[in-house]
Design a protein around this ligand. Structure first.
Ligand SMILES: Cc1cc2nc3c(=O)[nH]c(=O)nc-3n(C[C@H](O)[C@H](O)[C@H](O)COP(=O)(O)OP(=O)(O)OC[C@H]3O[C@@H](n4cnc5c(N)ncnc54)[C@H](O)[C@@H]3O)c2cc1C
Length: 499
Protein backbone atom coordinates (compact mmCIF):
# COMPACT_ATOMS: atom_id res chain seq x y z
CA UNK A 1 0.00 0.00 0.00
CA UNK A 2 1.31 3.42 -0.83
CA UNK A 3 0.33 6.51 1.05
CA UNK A 4 -1.90 8.73 -1.12
CA UNK A 5 -1.18 12.03 0.64
CA UNK A 6 2.16 13.79 0.24
CA UNK A 7 3.51 17.27 0.69
CA UNK A 8 4.80 17.25 -2.89
CA UNK A 9 4.24 15.18 -6.00
CA UNK A 10 6.58 15.16 -8.98
CA UNK A 11 5.08 14.11 -12.32
CA UNK A 12 7.64 12.40 -14.55
CA UNK A 13 10.81 10.49 -13.70
CA UNK A 14 13.17 11.96 -16.28
CA UNK A 15 16.32 13.77 -15.13
CA UNK A 16 14.40 16.95 -14.15
CA UNK A 17 11.77 14.98 -12.23
CA UNK A 18 14.38 12.92 -10.39
CA UNK A 19 16.46 15.98 -9.52
CA UNK A 20 13.31 17.68 -8.22
CA UNK A 21 12.57 14.66 -6.06
CA UNK A 22 16.14 14.70 -4.72
CA UNK A 23 16.10 18.40 -3.85
CA UNK A 24 12.72 18.18 -2.11
CA UNK A 25 13.61 14.97 -0.24
CA UNK A 26 16.96 16.41 0.80
CA UNK A 27 15.00 19.19 2.50
CA UNK A 28 12.84 16.73 4.39
CA UNK A 29 9.81 17.24 2.15
CA UNK A 30 7.68 14.11 1.75
CA UNK A 31 7.68 13.64 -2.03
CA UNK A 32 6.11 11.10 -4.39
CA UNK A 33 7.20 10.69 -8.02
CA UNK A 34 4.69 9.43 -10.61
CA UNK A 35 5.90 8.13 -13.97
CA UNK A 36 3.78 7.14 -16.96
CA UNK A 37 6.24 4.71 -18.52
CA UNK A 38 7.27 1.36 -17.10
CA UNK A 39 10.85 2.55 -16.84
CA UNK A 40 12.78 5.42 -15.30
CA UNK A 41 14.87 8.01 -17.15
CA UNK A 42 12.51 9.59 -19.68
CA UNK A 43 14.59 10.80 -22.60
CA UNK A 44 17.74 9.40 -21.01
CA UNK A 45 17.36 5.91 -22.37
CA UNK A 46 20.27 3.51 -22.65
CA UNK A 47 19.62 0.13 -24.23
CA UNK A 48 21.99 -2.81 -24.65
CA UNK A 49 22.34 -4.15 -28.18
CA UNK A 50 22.52 -7.84 -29.08
CA UNK A 51 26.32 -7.67 -28.99
CA UNK A 52 26.29 -6.15 -25.51
CA UNK A 53 27.06 -2.53 -26.43
CA UNK A 54 25.26 0.15 -24.43
CA UNK A 55 23.74 2.73 -26.77
CA UNK A 56 21.75 5.85 -26.02
CA UNK A 57 18.48 6.39 -27.83
CA UNK A 58 18.09 9.76 -26.09
CA UNK A 59 20.89 12.00 -24.82
CA UNK A 60 24.47 10.90 -25.63
CA UNK A 61 26.57 14.01 -25.12
CA UNK A 62 27.43 16.42 -22.36
CA UNK A 63 27.03 19.67 -24.24
CA UNK A 64 28.45 23.04 -23.12
CA UNK A 65 31.39 21.28 -21.46
CA UNK A 66 32.82 24.61 -20.38
CA UNK A 67 30.27 24.97 -17.58
CA UNK A 68 28.08 21.82 -17.67
CA UNK A 69 27.43 21.07 -13.97
CA UNK A 70 26.25 17.54 -14.70
CA UNK A 71 29.54 16.77 -16.42
CA UNK A 72 31.47 18.18 -13.47
CA UNK A 73 29.48 16.03 -11.06
CA UNK A 74 29.90 12.93 -13.25
CA UNK A 75 33.65 13.41 -13.50
CA UNK A 76 33.85 13.73 -9.72
CA UNK A 77 31.85 10.52 -9.33
CA UNK A 78 34.31 8.87 -11.72
CA UNK A 79 32.09 6.17 -13.26
CA UNK A 80 30.97 8.00 -16.43
CA UNK A 81 33.18 7.34 -19.45
CA UNK A 82 33.44 10.07 -22.07
CA UNK A 83 35.00 10.58 -25.47
CA UNK A 84 35.38 14.03 -27.06
CA UNK A 85 34.22 13.22 -30.57
CA UNK A 86 34.86 16.56 -32.20
CA UNK A 87 37.88 15.43 -34.13
CA UNK A 88 37.82 15.20 -37.90
CA UNK A 89 34.53 15.72 -39.70
CA UNK A 90 34.52 14.28 -43.23
CA UNK A 91 32.02 15.80 -45.63
CA UNK A 92 30.62 13.53 -48.36
CA UNK A 93 28.81 14.49 -51.52
CA UNK A 94 27.05 12.07 -53.85
CA UNK A 95 29.14 13.00 -56.90
CA UNK A 96 32.43 14.18 -55.39
CA UNK A 97 32.78 11.63 -52.62
CA UNK A 98 34.98 13.01 -49.85
CA UNK A 99 34.90 16.80 -50.23
CA UNK A 100 38.43 17.87 -49.43
CA UNK A 101 39.45 21.28 -48.11
CA UNK A 102 40.58 22.51 -51.51
CA UNK A 103 36.95 22.92 -52.52
CA UNK A 104 36.99 25.71 -49.89
CA UNK A 105 33.44 24.95 -48.82
CA UNK A 106 33.93 25.23 -45.08
CA UNK A 107 35.16 28.84 -45.13
CA UNK A 108 31.99 29.72 -47.05
CA UNK A 109 29.85 27.88 -44.52
CA UNK A 110 31.68 29.73 -41.73
CA UNK A 111 30.89 32.97 -43.53
CA UNK A 112 27.25 31.91 -43.82
CA UNK A 113 27.22 31.24 -40.07
CA UNK A 114 28.70 34.68 -39.46
CA UNK A 115 25.98 36.06 -41.71
CA UNK A 116 23.41 34.38 -39.46
CA UNK A 117 25.13 35.89 -36.42
CA UNK A 118 25.32 39.43 -37.75
CA UNK A 119 22.16 39.69 -39.81
CA UNK A 120 19.69 37.24 -38.37
CA UNK A 121 20.48 37.50 -34.66
CA UNK A 122 19.48 41.18 -34.78
CA UNK A 123 16.33 40.44 -36.75
CA UNK A 124 12.93 41.47 -35.44
CA UNK A 125 10.68 38.55 -34.63
CA UNK A 126 8.40 39.53 -37.53
CA UNK A 127 11.30 39.41 -40.04
CA UNK A 128 12.38 35.92 -39.00
CA UNK A 129 12.99 33.44 -41.82
CA UNK A 130 14.03 29.82 -42.21
CA UNK A 131 17.71 28.86 -42.36
CA UNK A 132 17.07 27.88 -45.98
CA UNK A 133 15.83 31.38 -46.81
CA UNK A 134 18.72 32.93 -44.91
CA UNK A 135 21.12 30.78 -46.98
CA UNK A 136 19.37 31.97 -50.13
CA UNK A 137 19.74 35.60 -49.09
CA UNK A 138 23.43 35.11 -48.42
CA UNK A 139 23.92 33.42 -51.81
CA UNK A 140 22.11 36.20 -53.65
CA UNK A 141 24.20 38.75 -51.82
CA UNK A 142 27.56 37.06 -52.28
CA UNK A 143 27.18 35.10 -55.52
CA UNK A 144 29.81 37.16 -57.31
CA UNK A 145 32.41 36.02 -54.80
CA UNK A 146 31.53 32.31 -54.92
CA UNK A 147 32.43 29.51 -57.29
CA UNK A 148 29.69 27.40 -58.84
CA UNK A 149 30.78 24.52 -56.64
CA UNK A 150 30.62 26.64 -53.48
CA UNK A 151 27.11 27.78 -54.41
CA UNK A 152 26.10 24.15 -54.77
CA UNK A 153 27.77 22.62 -51.74
CA UNK A 154 27.92 25.31 -49.06
CA UNK A 155 24.16 25.61 -48.44
CA UNK A 156 23.92 21.84 -48.22
CA UNK A 157 26.71 21.74 -45.64
CA UNK A 158 24.95 24.50 -43.68
CA UNK A 159 22.25 21.88 -43.12
CA UNK A 160 24.53 20.57 -40.37
CA UNK A 161 22.29 22.70 -38.13
CA UNK A 162 19.56 20.14 -38.76
CA UNK A 163 21.66 17.58 -36.93
CA UNK A 164 21.68 19.76 -33.82
CA UNK A 165 17.97 20.28 -33.65
CA UNK A 166 16.26 17.60 -35.74
CA UNK A 167 14.05 19.77 -37.97
CA UNK A 168 14.58 20.49 -41.65
CA UNK A 169 16.12 23.80 -42.71
CA UNK A 170 12.72 24.75 -44.14
CA UNK A 171 11.54 24.95 -40.53
CA UNK A 172 14.56 26.11 -38.55
CA UNK A 173 14.46 29.76 -37.53
CA UNK A 174 17.54 31.67 -38.70
CA UNK A 175 17.02 34.14 -35.85
CA UNK A 176 16.91 31.50 -33.13
CA UNK A 177 19.75 29.43 -34.60
CA UNK A 178 21.88 32.57 -34.74
CA UNK A 179 21.23 33.22 -31.05
CA UNK A 180 22.01 29.64 -30.00
CA UNK A 181 25.40 29.89 -28.34
CA UNK A 182 27.05 26.77 -27.02
CA UNK A 183 29.86 27.05 -24.56
CA UNK A 184 32.62 24.54 -24.87
CA UNK A 185 33.06 21.11 -26.39
CA UNK A 186 30.78 18.10 -26.54
CA UNK A 187 31.67 14.88 -24.75
CA UNK A 188 30.00 11.65 -25.78
CA UNK A 189 29.17 9.26 -22.95
CA UNK A 190 30.44 5.84 -24.02
CA UNK A 191 29.12 3.67 -21.19
CA UNK A 192 25.53 4.86 -21.36
CA UNK A 193 23.96 8.13 -20.21
CA UNK A 194 21.91 5.99 -17.86
CA UNK A 195 25.01 5.96 -15.65
CA UNK A 196 24.46 9.69 -15.10
CA UNK A 197 20.82 9.07 -14.18
CA UNK A 198 21.76 6.16 -11.90
CA UNK A 199 24.22 8.36 -10.04
CA UNK A 200 21.36 10.73 -9.27
CA UNK A 201 19.16 7.81 -8.22
CA UNK A 202 21.92 6.64 -5.91
CA UNK A 203 21.86 10.08 -4.28
CA UNK A 204 18.13 9.72 -3.65
CA UNK A 205 18.68 6.27 -2.11
CA UNK A 206 21.27 7.76 0.23
CA UNK A 207 18.98 10.61 1.27
CA UNK A 208 16.10 8.23 1.94
CA UNK A 209 18.35 5.61 3.55
CA UNK A 210 16.86 2.80 1.44
CA UNK A 211 17.04 1.43 -2.07
CA UNK A 212 13.56 0.00 -2.54
CA UNK A 213 12.00 3.27 -3.64
CA UNK A 214 10.42 2.00 -6.86
CA UNK A 215 6.98 0.88 -5.74
CA UNK A 216 6.90 3.23 -2.76
CA UNK A 217 8.29 6.73 -3.39
CA UNK A 218 8.55 6.22 -7.15
CA UNK A 219 5.55 4.73 -8.93
CA UNK A 220 5.80 3.54 -12.54
CA UNK A 221 2.98 3.07 -15.06
CA UNK A 222 1.02 5.92 -13.52
CA UNK A 223 -0.24 8.00 -16.41
CA UNK A 224 -1.45 11.31 -15.01
CA UNK A 225 -4.62 12.33 -16.86
CA UNK A 226 -6.19 14.94 -14.57
CA UNK A 227 -4.98 17.47 -12.01
CA UNK A 228 -7.56 19.21 -9.84
CA UNK A 229 -7.28 21.91 -7.23
CA UNK A 230 -9.65 22.22 -4.32
CA UNK A 231 -9.67 25.87 -3.38
CA UNK A 232 -11.28 25.15 0.01
CA UNK A 233 -8.84 22.48 1.25
CA UNK A 234 -5.93 23.86 -0.87
CA UNK A 235 -5.23 20.29 -1.92
CA UNK A 236 -4.12 19.23 -5.38
CA UNK A 237 -5.56 15.91 -6.58
CA UNK A 238 -3.48 14.03 -9.17
CA UNK A 239 -5.48 11.37 -10.98
CA UNK A 240 -3.60 8.51 -12.63
CA UNK A 241 -4.49 5.54 -14.77
CA UNK A 242 -2.31 2.44 -14.95
CA UNK A 243 -1.91 0.17 -17.97
CA UNK A 244 -4.87 -1.98 -16.85
CA UNK A 245 -7.12 1.07 -16.69
CA UNK A 246 -7.09 1.21 -12.88
CA UNK A 247 -7.56 4.76 -11.62
CA UNK A 248 -5.81 6.05 -8.49
CA UNK A 249 -5.73 9.52 -7.00
CA UNK A 250 -2.87 11.07 -5.04
CA UNK A 251 -3.02 14.33 -3.09
CA UNK A 252 -0.42 17.00 -2.42
CA UNK A 253 0.12 20.65 -1.53
CA UNK A 254 2.88 21.27 -4.08
CA UNK A 255 3.26 19.87 -7.54
CA UNK A 256 6.27 19.67 -9.84
CA UNK A 257 5.27 18.96 -13.43
CA UNK A 258 8.15 17.68 -15.55
CA UNK A 259 6.24 16.35 -18.55
CA UNK A 260 7.60 17.66 -21.87
CA UNK A 261 5.84 20.79 -23.14
CA UNK A 262 4.94 18.72 -26.22
CA UNK A 263 2.71 16.64 -23.92
CA UNK A 264 1.27 19.73 -22.25
CA UNK A 265 0.41 20.99 -25.74
CA UNK A 266 -2.08 18.14 -26.26
CA UNK A 267 -5.64 19.39 -26.53
CA UNK A 268 -7.47 16.16 -27.28
CA UNK A 269 -8.43 14.29 -24.09
CA UNK A 270 -8.25 11.00 -25.98
CA UNK A 271 -4.53 11.41 -26.65
CA UNK A 272 -2.37 9.33 -24.33
CA UNK A 273 -0.49 11.56 -21.91
CA UNK A 274 -3.00 14.41 -22.17
CA UNK A 275 -3.52 16.12 -18.82
CA UNK A 276 -6.75 17.89 -17.97
CA UNK A 277 -6.29 20.75 -15.51
CA UNK A 278 -9.16 21.86 -13.32
CA UNK A 279 -9.29 24.84 -13.07
CA UNK A 280 -7.71 24.96 -16.54
CA UNK A 281 -4.18 26.26 -17.02
CA UNK A 282 -4.34 30.03 -17.50
CA UNK A 283 -4.18 31.55 -20.97
CA UNK A 284 -0.86 33.15 -19.97
CA UNK A 285 0.56 29.61 -20.27
CA UNK A 286 -1.59 27.89 -22.89
CA UNK A 287 -1.02 30.74 -25.35
CA UNK A 288 2.73 30.25 -24.96
CA UNK A 289 2.38 26.55 -25.74
CA UNK A 290 1.11 27.54 -29.16
CA UNK A 291 4.30 29.48 -29.80
CA UNK A 292 6.68 26.52 -29.60
CA UNK A 293 7.40 23.39 -31.62
CA UNK A 294 9.12 20.10 -30.85
CA UNK A 295 11.85 18.75 -33.07
CA UNK A 296 12.33 15.26 -34.47
CA UNK A 297 15.94 14.27 -34.03
CA UNK A 298 16.29 10.57 -34.76
CA UNK A 299 18.98 8.01 -34.07
CA UNK A 300 19.79 4.80 -35.91
CA UNK A 301 22.56 2.56 -34.58
CA UNK A 302 24.03 0.26 -37.23
CA UNK A 303 26.08 -2.65 -35.84
CA UNK A 304 28.34 -4.52 -38.25
CA UNK A 305 30.63 -7.48 -37.81
CA UNK A 306 33.64 -5.49 -38.94
CA UNK A 307 34.69 -1.90 -39.59
CA UNK A 308 34.75 -0.99 -43.30
CA UNK A 309 34.79 2.81 -42.98
CA UNK A 310 37.74 5.12 -42.27
CA UNK A 311 38.77 4.94 -38.65
CA UNK A 312 40.57 8.28 -38.61
CA UNK A 313 37.45 10.50 -38.57
CA UNK A 314 34.92 11.07 -35.79
CA UNK A 315 32.05 12.14 -37.99
CA UNK A 316 30.88 11.74 -41.59
CA UNK A 317 28.34 14.21 -42.85
CA UNK A 318 26.53 13.15 -46.03
CA UNK A 319 25.14 16.31 -47.55
CA UNK A 320 22.00 16.14 -49.67
CA UNK A 321 22.03 16.79 -53.40
CA UNK A 322 21.91 20.39 -54.47
CA UNK A 323 18.43 21.84 -54.62
CA UNK A 324 18.10 23.30 -58.13
CA UNK A 325 15.29 25.56 -56.94
CA UNK A 326 18.04 27.53 -55.19
CA UNK A 327 19.81 28.34 -58.48
CA UNK A 328 16.51 29.39 -60.01
CA UNK A 329 15.86 31.74 -57.10
CA UNK A 330 19.38 33.20 -57.27
CA UNK A 331 19.13 33.72 -61.02
CA UNK A 332 15.63 35.20 -60.82
CA UNK A 333 17.17 38.02 -58.79
CA UNK A 334 13.78 38.79 -57.27
CA UNK A 335 12.45 38.49 -53.75
CA UNK A 336 11.38 34.89 -54.35
CA UNK A 337 11.51 32.89 -51.14
CA UNK A 338 10.88 29.34 -50.08
CA UNK A 339 7.91 28.65 -47.87
CA UNK A 340 8.86 28.59 -44.16
CA UNK A 341 7.33 25.47 -42.66
CA UNK A 342 5.80 25.09 -39.21
CA UNK A 343 5.94 21.31 -39.58
CA UNK A 344 7.79 19.04 -41.97
CA UNK A 345 5.64 16.97 -44.34
CA UNK A 346 5.21 13.26 -43.69
CA UNK A 347 7.05 11.11 -46.24
CA UNK A 348 4.71 8.55 -47.77
CA UNK A 349 7.44 6.67 -49.62
CA UNK A 350 11.06 5.95 -48.93
CA UNK A 351 13.02 9.11 -49.73
CA UNK A 352 15.48 8.87 -52.60
CA UNK A 353 19.10 8.45 -51.38
CA UNK A 354 20.98 11.75 -51.07
CA UNK A 355 17.86 13.85 -50.56
CA UNK A 356 18.16 14.08 -46.75
CA UNK A 357 21.17 15.09 -44.63
CA UNK A 358 22.62 12.26 -42.54
CA UNK A 359 25.36 12.60 -39.94
CA UNK A 360 27.18 9.40 -39.09
CA UNK A 361 29.05 9.25 -35.78
CA UNK A 362 31.95 6.85 -35.73
CA UNK A 363 31.13 4.99 -32.51
CA UNK A 364 34.17 2.78 -33.16
CA UNK A 365 36.47 5.65 -32.16
CA UNK A 366 35.07 5.87 -28.63
CA UNK A 367 34.25 2.22 -28.00
CA UNK A 368 36.34 0.07 -30.34
CA UNK A 369 33.10 -1.56 -31.59
CA UNK A 370 32.06 -1.75 -35.29
CA UNK A 371 29.11 0.58 -34.88
CA UNK A 372 27.94 3.70 -36.67
CA UNK A 373 25.29 6.02 -35.27
CA UNK A 374 23.24 7.94 -37.82
CA UNK A 375 21.53 11.17 -36.76
CA UNK A 376 18.51 12.18 -38.81
CA UNK A 377 16.16 15.14 -38.91
CA UNK A 378 12.52 15.30 -39.89
CA UNK A 379 10.98 14.18 -42.23
CA UNK A 380 13.40 11.20 -42.44
CA UNK A 381 13.16 10.55 -38.70
CA UNK A 382 9.44 9.99 -38.79
CA UNK A 383 9.73 7.79 -41.86
CA UNK A 384 12.25 5.56 -40.09
CA UNK A 385 10.15 5.39 -36.95
CA UNK A 386 7.21 3.96 -38.86
CA UNK A 387 9.10 1.60 -41.19
CA UNK A 388 11.29 -1.49 -41.16
CA UNK A 389 15.01 -1.67 -41.94
CA UNK A 390 14.31 -2.99 -45.46
CA UNK A 391 12.42 0.24 -46.19
CA UNK A 392 15.11 2.64 -45.01
CA UNK A 393 18.36 0.70 -45.56
CA UNK A 394 18.35 1.82 -49.27
CA UNK A 395 18.64 5.42 -48.02
CA UNK A 396 21.68 4.69 -45.87
CA UNK A 397 23.59 2.14 -47.95
CA UNK A 398 24.67 4.52 -50.77
CA UNK A 399 25.86 7.02 -48.16
CA UNK A 400 27.94 4.34 -46.44
CA UNK A 401 29.36 3.21 -49.79
CA UNK A 402 30.44 6.80 -50.42
CA UNK A 403 32.06 7.08 -46.98
CA UNK A 404 33.88 3.78 -47.41
CA UNK A 405 34.72 4.51 -51.06
CA UNK A 406 33.31 1.11 -52.07
CA UNK A 407 30.60 0.03 -54.52
CA UNK A 408 27.10 -0.25 -52.99
CA UNK A 409 27.22 -4.01 -53.43
CA UNK A 410 30.25 -4.28 -51.11
CA UNK A 411 28.48 -2.70 -48.15
CA UNK A 412 27.51 -5.43 -45.69
CA UNK A 413 24.06 -5.46 -44.21
CA UNK A 414 24.21 -4.53 -40.54
CA UNK A 415 24.03 -7.40 -38.09
CA UNK A 416 21.74 -5.34 -35.90
CA UNK A 417 19.87 -2.03 -36.16
CA UNK A 418 18.43 -0.08 -33.25
CA UNK A 419 16.29 3.00 -33.87
CA UNK A 420 14.81 5.67 -31.63
CA UNK A 421 11.10 6.34 -31.58
CA UNK A 422 10.63 9.69 -29.88
CA UNK A 423 8.18 11.32 -32.29
CA UNK A 424 5.74 8.45 -31.99
CA UNK A 425 6.30 8.06 -28.24
CA UNK A 426 3.16 9.37 -26.49
CA UNK A 427 5.15 10.61 -23.48
CA UNK A 428 7.77 12.49 -25.54
CA UNK A 429 6.06 13.51 -28.80
CA UNK A 430 9.33 14.69 -30.29
CA UNK A 431 12.95 14.85 -29.27
CA UNK A 432 13.20 18.22 -27.53
CA UNK A 433 12.22 21.86 -27.89
CA UNK A 434 12.79 22.91 -31.49
CA UNK A 435 13.16 26.36 -32.98
CA UNK A 436 10.84 26.90 -35.91
CA UNK A 437 10.37 30.24 -37.63
CA UNK A 438 8.26 32.48 -35.40
CA UNK A 439 8.67 30.37 -32.24
CA UNK A 440 8.62 32.41 -29.04
CA UNK A 441 10.86 30.31 -26.82
CA UNK A 442 11.92 33.04 -24.38
CA UNK A 443 8.32 34.02 -23.77
CA UNK A 444 7.39 30.40 -23.02
CA UNK A 445 10.33 30.07 -20.63
CA UNK A 446 9.38 33.25 -18.77
CA UNK A 447 5.69 32.37 -18.52
CA UNK A 448 6.28 28.82 -17.25
CA UNK A 449 9.01 29.89 -14.86
CA UNK A 450 6.66 32.39 -13.26
CA UNK A 451 3.52 30.25 -13.61
CA UNK A 452 1.85 32.72 -11.30
CA UNK A 453 -1.81 32.32 -12.31
CA UNK A 454 -2.01 28.56 -11.78
CA UNK A 455 -4.69 27.54 -9.26
CA UNK A 456 -4.62 29.95 -6.28
CA UNK A 457 -1.63 31.89 -7.61
CA UNK A 458 0.54 30.86 -4.66
CA UNK A 459 3.17 29.16 -6.82
CA UNK A 460 2.30 25.66 -5.64
CA UNK A 461 2.66 24.28 -9.17
CA UNK A 462 6.16 24.47 -10.67
CA UNK A 463 7.15 23.44 -14.18
CA UNK A 464 10.55 21.93 -14.86
CA UNK A 465 12.27 20.29 -17.82
CA UNK A 466 14.55 20.65 -20.75
CA UNK A 467 12.49 23.36 -22.51
CA UNK A 468 12.32 25.79 -19.59
CA UNK A 469 15.79 27.27 -19.45
CA UNK A 470 17.87 29.46 -21.70
CA UNK A 471 21.38 28.12 -20.99
CA UNK A 472 21.27 24.40 -21.68
CA UNK A 473 17.93 24.58 -23.46
CA UNK A 474 16.90 21.17 -24.81
CA UNK A 475 19.71 19.44 -22.91
CA UNK A 476 19.89 17.05 -19.99
CA UNK A 477 21.94 19.46 -17.88
CA UNK A 478 19.48 22.25 -18.62
CA UNK A 479 16.60 20.04 -17.46
CA UNK A 480 18.54 19.19 -14.28
CA UNK A 481 19.19 22.86 -13.56
CA UNK A 482 15.49 23.78 -13.87
CA UNK A 483 14.79 21.31 -11.07
CA UNK A 484 17.19 23.11 -8.72
CA UNK A 485 15.72 26.49 -9.67
CA UNK A 486 12.06 25.53 -9.27
CA UNK A 487 12.25 23.31 -6.18
CA UNK A 488 14.04 26.09 -4.36
CA UNK A 489 10.83 28.10 -4.68
CA UNK A 490 8.80 25.29 -3.11
CA UNK A 491 11.34 24.79 -0.34
CA UNK A 492 11.26 28.51 0.45
CA UNK A 493 7.44 28.57 0.44
CA UNK A 494 7.28 25.60 2.82
CA UNK A 495 9.90 27.04 5.15
CA UNK A 496 8.13 30.40 5.18
CA UNK A 497 4.95 28.61 6.28
CA UNK A 498 6.83 27.07 9.20
CA UNK A 499 8.01 30.38 10.60
C1 LIG B 1 17.28 11.72 -29.74
C2 LIG B 1 17.67 12.63 -28.62
C3 LIG B 1 18.99 13.01 -28.48
C4 LIG B 1 19.36 13.85 -27.43
N1 LIG B 1 20.67 14.17 -27.28
C5 LIG B 1 21.05 14.89 -26.20
C6 LIG B 1 22.41 15.04 -25.90
O1 LIG B 1 23.27 14.49 -26.57
N2 LIG B 1 22.75 15.79 -24.82
C7 LIG B 1 21.82 16.37 -24.00
O2 LIG B 1 22.19 17.03 -23.03
N3 LIG B 1 20.50 16.20 -24.26
C8 LIG B 1 20.10 15.46 -25.31
N4 LIG B 1 18.79 15.21 -25.53
C9 LIG B 1 17.82 15.87 -24.67
C10 LIG B 1 17.70 15.22 -23.30
O3 LIG B 1 17.50 13.85 -23.45
C11 LIG B 1 16.54 15.87 -22.60
O4 LIG B 1 16.75 17.26 -22.57
C12 LIG B 1 16.33 15.42 -21.16
O5 LIG B 1 16.50 14.05 -21.01
C13 LIG B 1 14.93 15.85 -20.77
O6 LIG B 1 14.68 15.55 -19.42
P1 LIG B 1 13.30 16.01 -18.81
O7 LIG B 1 13.28 15.56 -17.41
O8 LIG B 1 13.05 17.44 -19.09
O9 LIG B 1 12.17 15.24 -19.67
P2 LIG B 1 11.91 13.69 -19.84
O10 LIG B 1 13.14 12.92 -19.74
O11 LIG B 1 11.09 13.54 -21.06
O12 LIG B 1 11.02 13.34 -18.55
C14 LIG B 1 9.64 13.59 -18.51
C15 LIG B 1 8.95 12.37 -17.94
O13 LIG B 1 7.54 12.65 -17.86
C16 LIG B 1 6.85 11.45 -18.16
N5 LIG B 1 5.48 11.78 -18.56
C17 LIG B 1 5.07 12.36 -19.71
N6 LIG B 1 3.72 12.49 -19.70
C18 LIG B 1 3.29 11.99 -18.51
C19 LIG B 1 1.99 11.83 -17.91
N7 LIG B 1 0.89 12.24 -18.52
N8 LIG B 1 1.93 11.24 -16.69
C20 LIG B 1 3.06 10.84 -16.03
N9 LIG B 1 4.29 10.96 -16.56
C21 LIG B 1 4.41 11.53 -17.78
C22 LIG B 1 7.67 10.84 -19.29
O14 LIG B 1 7.41 9.47 -19.44
C23 LIG B 1 9.10 11.15 -18.83
O15 LIG B 1 9.66 10.09 -18.10
C24 LIG B 1 18.39 14.34 -26.53
C25 LIG B 1 17.06 13.94 -26.66
C26 LIG B 1 16.70 13.08 -27.69
C27 LIG B 1 15.28 12.63 -27.78
Amino acid sequence: MTNNKHTAIVIGAGISGLKSCIELSKNGIDTLMLEARDRLGGRLHTVTTESGLKVDLGASWFHDCLYNPLLKKSLEKGNVEIYFDNGRLNVHDKDIGLVDDNYKIRPVVDEMSDYLQYVCAQMAQSDDMSVKNAALRYLKDKKNTLTECQIKLAPQLLRYYEMWIGSSWNMLSARLIAGDNHQGRDAMVTNGYRTVYDNELEELYEIMGRRDLVGSQILLQKVVFKIEFNDRTKEIAVHTRDYNGKIETFFCEYLVCSVPLSVLQLEDKKEQGHIEWNPPLPLSLTNKLQGITYSQLGKVFFEFDHVFWPTDADRFFCIPEFDHEITKCIEANTDTKFEDLKQDPVLENSPKPWTQPILFLNVYRGTGRPVLLALTSSPLTRYIESHEIDDFWPVFRPALANIANLPDSCIPRPTNVVTSNWSADPFARGSYLGCAVGDLIDEAIDAFTEAKDVFDGKGRVRFVGEALIEEGNGCAHGAWMTAIRETEKIIKAINRGKL
